[in-house]
Ligand binder design. Structure first.
Ligand code: ZN
Length: 503
């Protein structure tokens, strides 16, 4: 067959997926889809009318999937919010400037795309009412889709235990604070109006249905975490999800204190809670799982659930290191997320993969360390599987969307490169986002040499500046934050002394 038009992209290496790289191949793209993947000479003879873009100083790889993300707007440090243990940090980050979600999503989408990310799971707060939540979801999908990113929006809320993890203890913690601070936290965290849980379940079911025909956008249930959601709502979500096949995304077993609180006394832990609610299915994805036990992981593996590891975030919020080698040995499908808190705040997926590989090692020969190919798979196909979009994104297979990154090899090659070097190992060990030459979504040029196409970046940046200048400052001041932090420490110490968590 003689095709007319289309484009052939050729490079020294085409990385089809983590486990298959091809030298001197080409990628034939027509109407936004990958139609051919074969040696360049073969593609040229099969498609003589195609435009050929060839550069032997580059590698072509699939667009990344960031499988757990929050749109914080600016980097947190730019908002005066420092890294800390998760528990006090929540009180600092809750004061992050409240600017329009459309704006923070547009900004996040630009940053992700420049970093070669073409698929994202956006875990967000639902908001005060069903109408506001619906507007937020539509705005987010619109912002991501306009730039060609595949997205899943997973809204949730903290309906209970807003101040401390153990169930029903928030008021007891509040009593330990001086009056001014007590009123502030009560107002900002406990009494803040939130969408009614029944409306939440109905809205998300309806929104999922509304986007059912969309190939690259989905709406999920995003219960923030089991202890913040409550068992009754989790059961309602499970019932709705069973009927519709809607996916569920939640934080679980993130910090040590969450784990100890959830397993104290007769409590069996967050994963048991999810199982009991009927949520442990192959449509469930769990972010973090740093403190998950082997028993918890066995339950996830049996249900064919997904886990997304967030190594940068777990370091920055002092949560620890997830047992990813054990997760892999148990056959759990793993993905990679940057959680809005990549180590340098730059959303560089190469750095995140590198960190994952360095941290997720094992001294136990029965539980092998994660390899460069494993973490590359997490950042691509693992995320695509988690999103239920592995038929259209995550690799450069024929029939998929032509979402790919062209990476310049010049810096990586240096004065000499061993010809036997595996390209995936080279990229994971040495590449940086700044090596990205261009990013394509649906076969169209989306980023070229750091410049984003199809949107007015300058205008978005100016809008962010304007919004930040006008945003009300809701942050705790330094002495308030110090007081909350000390009070939390004392309260958890006392609570742990008087309770019997499973260590
Ligand atoms: Zn998160």
């Amino acid at each position: 067959m003689k095709a007319d038009g289309g484009d052939i992209f050729s490079a020294r290496w085409i990385i089809e997926d983590a486990f298959h790289s091809h030298k001197d191949f080409g990628l034939y793209v027509l109407d936004g889809k990958i139609v051919g993947l074969a040696p360049l000479v073969e593609l040229q003879s099969r498609f003589p009318d195609a435009r050929v873009h060839s550069d032997t100083n580059t590698a072509i790889l699939p667009g990344f999937v960031n499988a757990h993300h929050h749109c914080y707007g600016l980097n947190l440090i730019n908002q005066g919010i420092r890294d800390d243990l998760l528990e006090p940090w929540i009180f600092a980050s809750a004061g992050a400037a409240d600017i329009a979600s459309r704006l923070t999503t547009e900004y996040a989408a630009i940053r992700l795309l420049k970093n070669g990310v073409t698929g994202v799971v956006d875990a967000c707060t639902a908001g005060q009412t069903a109408a506001l939540a619906e507007a937020k979801i539509r705005d987010k999908i619109d912002a991501y889709s306009r730039l060609g990113l595949s997205c899943a929006i997973a809204p949730g809320e903290r309906w209970q235990n807003q101040l401390v993890h153990p169930n029903g203890q928030s008021q007891s913690f509040l009593k330990t604070l001086p009056e001014g601070l007590r009123c502030k936290l009560q107002r900002q965290h406990v009494a803040r109006s939130r969408i009614d849980p029944t409306n939440f379940v109905q809205l998300l079911s309806r929104m999922h249905d509304a986007y059912r025909t969309f190939d690259c956008a989905d709406v999920w249930f995003g219960p923030t975490a089991p202890h913040w959601t409550g068992q009754e709502i989790l059961r309602d979500i499970a019932k709705a999800a069973r009927e519709s096949g809607q996916r569920i995304h939640t934080h679980a077993e993130e910090s040590r204190l969450q784990h100890l609180s959830a397993t104290a006394g007769r409590s069996k832990g967050a994963i048991a809670q999810l199982c009991e609610a009927g949520l442990m299915t192959d449509g469930l994805s769990l972010a973090h799982m740093v403190w998950a036990s082997e028993k918890d992981l066995a339950r996830v593996a049996k249900a064919r659930g997904h886990i997304v590891c967030n190594p940068s975030s777990n370091l920055r919020l002092r949560s620890g290191i997830a047992p990813a080698p054990l997760m892999k040995r148990m056959g759990i499908s793993l993905a990679l997320g940057m959680d809005g808190t990549s180590l340098a705040g730059d959303d560089d997926m190469f750095a995140e993969m590198r960190l994952a590989q360095s941290l997720y090692w094992s001294r136990d020969p029965a539980t092998p360390s994660l390899t460069a190919k494993d973490v590359f798979d997490m950042a691509t196909m693992g995320g695509a599987r988690l999103m239920g979009m592995d038929h259209s994104i995550g690799s450069l297979a024929i029939g998929k969307r032509a979402n790919f990154v062209i990476l310049c090899l010049e810096r990586l090659e240096g004065p000499w490169l061993d010809p036997s070097t595996d390209p995936v190992e080279l990229l994971v060990s040495s590449a940086k986002s700044t090596d990205i030459q261009s990013v394509y979504t649906d076969g169209q040029l989306a980023v070229s040499h750091g410049e984003i196409k199809n949107c007015d970046e300058k205008k978005i940046l100016q809008n962010i500046t304007d919004a930040m200048q006008q945003a009300a400052d809701q942050r705790l001041n330094a002495s308030e934050y110090h007081a909350v932090k000390s009070a939390l420490q004392r309260w958890y110490d006392d609570w742990l002394t008087n309770n019997t968590p499973q260590l």
